[in-house]
Each structure stands twice: as structure tokens, then as C-alpha cells.
Write a new protein. Structure first.
Length: 173
């Protein structure tokens, strides 16, 4: 869905996709109660253009990527929101806020068994909020973590009331 504004997608299923399963570009779009399973690349890509970005609610990403292709469960390439979503078994990050991206909220989500981290904020990505999430068995706990922020002392990203085993920095709570 390219450059759409204010659209809503409900109950969408993408199973055994070879490429990015669900890509949303534009602003103010909502995808809700949707499933992506066994995608060859990223399951959900949200690329917002405006201040509000796009929203994923009650979405599930299961096994994105392959051993040869690193892929995220839910990836933000612009402002947006993830609420009550799950990312399980991705070959890269469960949830990723790309480098330099601001104004993303990830709340009430679940990240389990993702190879390169559960919830990850890239370098230069600021003014993001990650709260009330559960993240376990992600990464190796040495280089890749349940929760990770690539900015020194988390910059102005807010990490609150998350449940996890390990993190990249002490500013993550």
C-alpha cells in the first residue's frame, strides 16, 4: 500500500510470502488484527511520512526471514505505533526502529525468540517510547538483547515498565 492516507486494513493474512509481506507507506493508516507467517523478508514495514505515521494493532509476525535473509517482524521506517503486537522467531529483530527514525511508540507488545534482538532502536533514532512490553529469549544476551538502544544513554528515548531478561544499557527499564 503506497502513499495512502487514512486507510484501514483488518484481518489480513500473509502466509509463505517470498518478499516483504505487508508494506504500508503514507500517513494515518491502520493495520489491525493481521497475521504474517513465514515471510521471506520483513513481515510488516511501516513507513510513515507525517507526524503521526502508521499504526499496527493486534498484529502478529511469526518467522520472518530465512537463515540466508535477515528480516524483522515489525519494522518502522517512519513515525508510527505498535500496540498489542507480537513478533516471534524472526531471523533479525522482532521490532526495529530504524536509524534516525523518531516518534515511534511500541506498547504492550511481545517479542520472543528473535535472532538479533527483541525490540531494537537504531542509532540516531530519538523521541521514541517503548513501554509495557514483554521480551524474552531474543538474541544471545552478549551482542544482541531482548531490548536494545544504540544511542548513548538512550538519548531521549523512553523505556518504561518492560519485562525482559537482558538489555544493551542500564537506561532501559
Amino acid at each position: 500500500m503506497d502513499d495512502q492516507v487514512g486507510c484501514e486494513i483488518k484481518y489480513f493474512k500473509a502466509i509463505d510470502s517470498r518478499d516483504k509481506a505487508i508494506r504500508i507507506r503514507g500517513d494515518g493508516n491502520i493495520i489491525t488484527r493481521s497475521l504474517c507467517q513465514n515471510a521471506g523478508n520483513d513481515c510488516f514495514e511501516l513507513r510513515g511520512n507525517g507526524p503521526d505515521g502508521n499504526t499496527a494493532e493486534w498484529c502478529t509476525a511469526i518467522k520472518s526471514g530465512t537463515p540466508e535473509e535477515e528480516a524483522q517482524g515489525i519494522q518502522f521506517r517512519g513515525p508510527g505505533h505498535a500496540y498489542k503486537c507480537s513478533a516471534i522467531g524472526s531471523s533479525a529483530e522482532g521490532f526495529q526502529i530504524q536509524e534516525g527514525i523518531s516518534n515511534v511508540t511500541i506498547e504492550g507488545c511481545l517479542a520472543i525468540n528473535n535472532a538479533l534482538g527483541g525490540i531494537v532502536i537504531g542509532a540516531g533514532a530519538t523521541n521514541n517510547s517503548v513501554k509495557c512490553n514483554i521480551a524474552f529469549a531474543n538474541g544471545d544476551g552478549i551482542t544482541y538483547f531482548d531490548l536494545s538502544d544504540s544511542n548513548e544513554n538512550c538519548d531521549d528515548n523512553v523505556w518504561e515498565r518492560n519485562k525482559f531478561k537482558n538489555s544493551s544499557q542500564p537506561c532501559i527499564h
